[in-house]
Design a protein around this ligand. Structure first.
Ligand SMILES: NC(=O)c1ccc[n+]([C@@H]2O[C@H](COP(=O)([O-])OP(=O)(O)OC[C@H]3O[C@@H](n4cnc5c(N)ncnc54)[C@H](O)[C@@H]3O)[C@@H](O)[C@H]2O)c1
Length: 307
């Protein structure tokens, strides 16, 4: 099995992507340290693993990742008792939709403390052990916000961008010691955190519908799909990959042309349908826009050349 006899430490593993990741590693034979600031959900993850069919097993450690001393103690104890092969820095928080100037200082500090300081604390605690044994993997959980700035998610975007560049720094520094460090960068995923984002909109269902139009796969990611990528990056199958940020976004990042074409088409169809007394003027309004879009699509795809 992919992670047989390995020890894997996962933060924020009480629910969502972290819980799915703990489950995935256990299914692949690992012993998993499930850590979370929330004791009840963390213990539920452990119970689900230990009472299931996984060949790997799990135990719970209460941990607030923003607390550097506690992180170091938890990692040292894990390494001493079980060894340490993989650290997954997954714990993260988002904030409600607010402009940068309206974001409260306490919200900013909280997001940076968990998302950035938490990843820093984890790497700082794990690296001495991994370097000393000359092997090991760290996988940080970034976001598409590691590459794009999300409006009204300023603090979150800042934190996730920082995680991506820090991932590169760790990879550069620890590579010679046989340690790899990568990040997964998911788009919207069907978890509590993902659902909160839509819940903050005026019309959550409509917001989701519009968002999904931009995804060629037409749906949100499931937590298990992010867990699969984390497991892959921490495995021997990814032995020459380090300092990388793997986008897991259903094609969102590459879908600009797709989105334009889809939007132009559905807009012109809705114009056509909503026109109760079809006449030249209504069709005329939509025509130049659609033609312009079709033209720019053609130029983008062909480089403007003739066939
Ligand atoms: N869900 C998405 O749409 C999405 C998209 C991109 C990236 N991400 C990232 O994935 C990671 C997991 O998110 P999720 O969607 O599973 O969220 P979630 O809210 O469902 O789960 C987060 C877990 O982290 C724990 N946690 C929060 N603060 C903590 C702290 N200080 N110390 C330890 N544990 C803490 C929570 O108790 C919870 O169990 C986060 O880093 C998030 O930014 C999520």
């Amino acid at each position: 099995m992919r992670h047989n006899d390995q020890t894997v430490f996962v933060t924020g593993a009480g629910q969502g992507i972290g819980a799915a990741t703990a489950q995935r590693f256990a299914e692949a034979g690992a012993f998993v340290i499930v850590s979370d600031v929330d004791i009840d959900s963390g213990e539920e993850t452990v119970e689900a693993i230990n009472s299931g069919d996984s060949s790997g097993r799990a135990t719970f450690v209460e941990l607030d990742v923003a607390d550097g001393e506690a992180f170091e103690t938890a990692i040292d104890a894990t390494a001493d008792e079980y060894g340490l092969d993989v650290l997954v820095n997954n714990a993260g928080v988002a904030h409600s939709l607010t402009t940068i100037e309206e974001t409260d200082a306490s919200v900013f500090e909280y997001v940076l403390d968990v998302n950035v300081r938490g990843v820093w604390n984890g790497c700082r605690a794990a690296l001495p052990h991994l370097k000393q044994q000359g092997s090991g993997n760290i996988v940080n959980v970034g976001s598409l916000a590691s590459f794009y700035g999300l409006p009204k998610q300023g603090a979150y975007s800042l934190s996730k961008g920082a995680i991506m560049n820090f991932t590169r720094a760790v990879a550069a520094e620890a590579g010679r010691a046989g340690v790899r460090c990568n990040a997964v960068c998911p788009a919207f995923t069907d978890t509590e955190l993902g659902r909160k984002f839509f819940a903050g909109r005026d019309d959550p269902e409509r917001a989701k519908e519009i968002m999904l139009k931009r995804y060629p796969l037409g749906r949100l990611a499931q937590p298990g799909e992010i867990a699969d990528a984390i497991s892959f990056l921490a495995s021997g199958e990814a032995s020459y990959i380090t300092g990388e940020g793997l986008r897991i976004d259903g094609g969102f990042s590459t879908s600009w042309l797709y989105w334009q074409a889809d939007t132009a088409l559905s807009w012109s169809v809705s114009q056509w349908r909503s026109n109760k007394t079809p006449g030249f003027s209504h069709h005329f309004i939509g025509a130049p826009w659609v033609l312009k879009r079709a033209g720019s699509l053609w130029i983008s795809v062909t480089g403007g050349g003739k066939c």
